[in-house]
Design a protein around this ligand. Structure first.
Ligand code: FAD
Length: 348
């Protein structure tokens, strides 16, 4: 079951599904919310923020209007606070694999975790594509993936009472070492050098567990896997003292992420060099009811900037309103002076 509790159940019916929880997908929640469109946001990452949170959380951004200086994570946190009144539902750690139009004009989406959505409009805010884990270069690893080798933790219970090998030196490896240690039967952290890039506090906590003999720390590199039918039984590790065989039945390699267009290419939309052409009035794709905003779209003069995406979602939302509420007139209003908008924002 996904964190939102939807996987495996009936389809989630909603006004809008936003594919991608980067800055533009997040601001789409706001603009859709102002016109009474409820949204579900799906992202393959385990948290919001897209490139800002994943690639440059601590770097300053200087060209967000009204904010002379904000970090990637700071902008993400501010957007999350700004969209809170609209109560969007987030589905993290899931990739949208399928998107198809239904006979009634709505859209059906299915994620790689099996969660199904039926939506009146779809907003593709997929940036440079879905973040995809880098695979360790180990022969035959694909046979174990999803069974005993995982690149993210969707259900902690999959690791309960298991012999877990976590590999990597960044925040993900450290965080999951700390989180899984209490429920795993044994936990070994493997990194190629005794120097960790993760948050200093997490490194300290990990070292304390190693000192208490609750976590084993191994310095080396994986060279082969052993097992049968997708069930891992051991990993051979090259260490400075030679090759060592470590029995384990769960492997969690955290070797970083790359961005790949991924399934967007299979949804029957017109593409131009892996980008989705849109008009600049509605930011509509070649399929009515599907919009594309932010880095994933292209049009004459497009600039891949966060502020461009913010403008795009404002116009997109007006067009989405015409689909979700056919025949209903939309009044142009300012948040400063409209009591009805302020009510939606919970400030009046
Ligand atoms: C180092 C660096 C510095 C930058 N500095 C600036 C700057 O100073 N100012 C500026 O304006 N811009 C800057 N940018 C660019 C800016 O980050 C992007 O323009 C912005 O992130 C685009 O936002 P987005 O929401 O469109 O896409 P993204 O931030 O790329 O988010 C897209 C999200 O969609 C998810 N996704 C994609 N496909 C799927 C799928 N099928 N299923 C589920 N999830 C999916 C991805 O996992 C990702 O989280 C910088 C970029 C980098 C790399």
């Amino acid at each position: 079951m996904a964190a939102d509790g939807t996987a495996g159940g009936a389809a989630v019916e909603t006004d809008a599904v936003i594919i991608g929880g980067g800055p533009v997908g997040l601001f789409a929640v706001f603009e859709l919310g102002l016109v009474d469109i409820k949204a579900h946001v799906i992202d393959i990452l385990d948290r919001a923020g897209g490139q800002c949170a994943e690639l440059y959380p601590e770097k300053p951004i200087y060209d967000i209007p009204g904010l002379p200086f904000v970090t990637g994570q700071g902008l993400t946190d501010a957007l999350m606070a700004q969209i809170k009144p609209f109560g969007a539902t987030f589905h993290f750690g899931q990739r949208v694999d399928e998107l198809a139009k239904l006979d009634d004009g709505r859209f059906r989406l299915v994620t790689d975790a099996g969660t199904e959505f039926v939506a009146k409009v779809v907003v593709i805010a997929a940036g440079g594509g879905s973040f995809t884990p880098k695979r360790p270069p180990l022969q035959g690893i694909d046979a174990y993936e999803g069974k005993s080798v995982f690149y993210s933790v969707r259900r902690m219970d999959d690791f309960r009472d298991r012999d877990v090998l976590v590999v990597g030196g960044g925040d993900s490896a450290l965080d999951w070492t700390l989180n899984l240690q209490p429920i795993a039967r044994s936990l070994t952290l493997l990194h190629r050098r005794d120097d960790f890039r993760g948050a200093p506090h997490s490194v300290e906590q990990m070292r304390a567990l190693v000192a208490d003999k609750k976590v084993s720390l191994v310095i080396g590199q994986m060279c082969s896997l052993e097992g049968d039918n997708g069930a891992l039984t051991a990993v051979t590790i090259k260490t400075k003292d030679g090759d060592v065989r470590y029995p384990c039945n769960r492997l969690l390699p955290f070797f970083g992420l790359t961005m790949k267009l991924g399934p967007v290419a299979n949804w029957g939309l017109n593409l131009d060099e892996n980008l989705i052409p849109v008009d600049t009035e509605k930011f509509a794709t070649s399929t009515p009811g599907i919009f594309a905003v932010g880095d994933i779209n292209t049009y004459p003069g497009k600039l891949k900037l966060i502020l461009s995406g913010f403008h795009e979602v404002a116009l997109m939302s007006q067009a989405a309103h015409r689909i979700v509420y056919p025949g209903k007139k939309l009044l142009f209003q300012y948040t400063t002076s409209s009591s009805s908008l302020q009510k939606k924002l919970g400030v009046n």
